[in-house]
Ligand binder design. Structure first.
Ligand SMILES: [Zn+2]
Length: 370
C-alpha cells in the first residue's frame, strides 16, 4: 500500500531542496542517500561534466527475480526559476507554493512516486522484474541529462517517464520533434543618406523572407515560430547583418522537414532578390515519438490502469521531454501524469490525492509487466 504520509513528507523534504538546472548536486546526493537506505547500489554518470553541471544523472538498478522485461522509471531532478528557497504550503488536499517561487512538483512529484513505489514493492516482498530508476539532470531548457545519459547502463525495454500533467491516467503517447533554426542574413553596409544604393539592407531581406513565411499553427501537428530577431547599428547605416532565431515542430517528421525547408527557401529567395547572403542552420534538437495503441507498453499500461482503478487517457502533446530522447535511443517510452498543475509558474500546485494515485499507478505498472 502506498503510504500517503510518507509520500507527502518526502515531497515536502525534496521540494525544500534548491535544484535549479545544472545545480542539482544537493538533490542528487539526497536521492542517492534515499536509494542507498533502501539497500540499492547507485551510479552517477558523467553527464554533469559534459554539460557543465554540478551533478550527473542518477541510475539505480533494482534487480528482480521474475523473468519479465526490465522497465525504467524516470524523472528529472532540476526545476525552473524562480526556484530558490521554495516553501510548500499544504492547503487541504492541495500543496501549493507561498507565491514567490515555483513548487518544484515538476518533477519532484515524479521522483517521490517512483521512490514510494520501490518501498511498497520492497515491503510486500513480492516478485517483480528488473526495475531501472533514472533521475536526470538539466531536463528543463534542453533535455541535456537524457541526451548525455550513460546508456551503456540501461537495458530496460520500456520507459515510464513520470513528468506529465493532466488528470491521473493521462499518458503522452505522441510528441513532436523540433528543429532549432539560426539564420544570419548578410547585406552590405553603406551610408544611408549619402549612398543608400551602394548598400544591401539585411533588414529588408529578413522582412521579405518572414512576411511570406507560413508560421504559427501550420496544421494539427505542426507549428513554427520566429522568436528572436536582432540586427542593425544606426539609422544612418544601411543594415548589413541580422540574426534570427526560429523553431519548427511537428509530430510528423516528414512535415517537420517540409516546414523547415520552406523557411530556408524563404530566406534564400529573399537574399537572391535583394543581393544579400543567408546562412541558415537547423538542428534537430529532439526526435518525435509515436506509440501506437497496440504497442507492448500500452498493454502494460492498460493492465496497470485497470488494477489501480484509473482511467487511461492517451494524449498527443506539443512539448518535448526526456521521453523523446529515450524513444530516440530505442527505449519504448511514454510520459505519465503525476497530477502536477500550473507548472513553470509561481501558481504551481498538486493534489495529494492525485499524487497518491500516481504512486499507486507506478506500483501497478511494476506488477503488470509480463
Ligand atoms: Zn518536468
Amino acid at each position: 500500500m502506498v503510504n500517503r504520509e510518507r509520500l507527502v513528507n518526502e515531497f515536502l523534504e525534496l521540494t525544500g531542496i534548491d535544484s535549479l538546472t545544472k545545480k542539482e548536486r544537493k538533490m542528487a546526493d539526497a536521492l542517492k542517500a534515499r536509494l542507498e537506505v533502501m539497500g540499492y547500489e547507485v551510479y552517477e554518470d558523467d553527464a554533469g561534466k559534459k554539460v557543465g553541471g554540478e551533478a550527473g544523472n542518477i541510475i539505480c538498478t533494482v534487480k528482480g527475480t521474475k523473468k519479465v522485461p526490465a522497465i525504467m522509471f524516470a524523472a528529472h531532478m532540476d526545476t525552473v526559476e524562480p526556484g530558490i528557497g521554495k516553501k510548500a504550503v499544504i492547503d487541504g488536499d492541495i500543496i501549493r507554493t507561498d507565491g514567490s517561487t515555483v513548487l518544484g512538483g515538476d518533477d519532484v512529484s515524479g521522483i517521490v512516486c517512483i521512490l514510494e513505489a520501490l518501498r511498497v514493492i520492497k515491503e510486500t516482498g513480492e516478485e517483480h522484474g528488473d526495475i531501472q530508476v533514472v533521475f536526470t539532470i538539466a531536463e528543463e531548457g534542453g533535455l541535456y541529462g537524457s541526451k548525455n545519459l550513460d546508456y551503456s547502463k540501461i537495458y530496460a525495454k520500456y520507459g515510464f517517464v513520470m513528468d506529465s500533467n493532466g488528470p491521473i491516467g493521462t499518458v503522452a503517447v505522441k510528441a513532436p520533434s523540433q528543429d532549432k533554426i539560426l539564420v544570419t542574413v548578410e547585406g552590405r553596409a553603406a551610408h544611408a543618406g549619402l549612398s543608400p544604393e551602394k548598400g544591401v539592407d539585411a533588414i529588408r531581406i529578413a522582412v521579405a523572407a518572414i512576411s511570406g513565411m507560413k508560421l504559427g499553427r501550420i496544421d494539427h501537428e505542426t507549428t513554427a515560430n520566429v522568436g528572436v530577431i536582432n540586427g542593425g547599428r544606426e539609422t544612418n547605416i544601411v543594415c548589413d547583418r541580422v540574426e534570427i532565431k526560429a523553431e519548427s515542430r511537428s509530430r510528423d517528421d516528414r512535415k517537420l522537414g517540409e516546414q523547415t525547408r520552406h523557411m530556408r527557401e524563404r530566406f534564400e529567395q529573399a537574399a537572391v532578390e535583394f543581393g544579400g547572403k543567408v546562412d541558415f542552420s537547423a538542428e534537430r534538437v529532439y526526435p518525435s515519438f509515436n506509440i501506437p495503441a497496440d504497442a507492448p507498453i500500452m498493454d502494460i499500461l492498460r493492465k496497470a490502469a485497470v488494477s489501480a482503478g484509473i482511467k487511461l487517457i492517451p494524449e498527443e502533446t506539443g512539448g518535448g521531454s526526456d521521453t523523446n530522447i529515450f524513444n530516440g535511443m530505442g527505449i519504448e517510452s511514454v510520459d505519465v501524469s503525476t497530477g502536477m498543475d500550473k507548472v513553470h509558474s509561481t501558481e504551481e500546485r498538486i493534489s495529494i490525492n492525485d499524487m497518491v494515485k500516481a504512486a499507486e499507478l507506478v506500483v501497478s505498472i511494476i506488477r503488470s509487466v509480463s
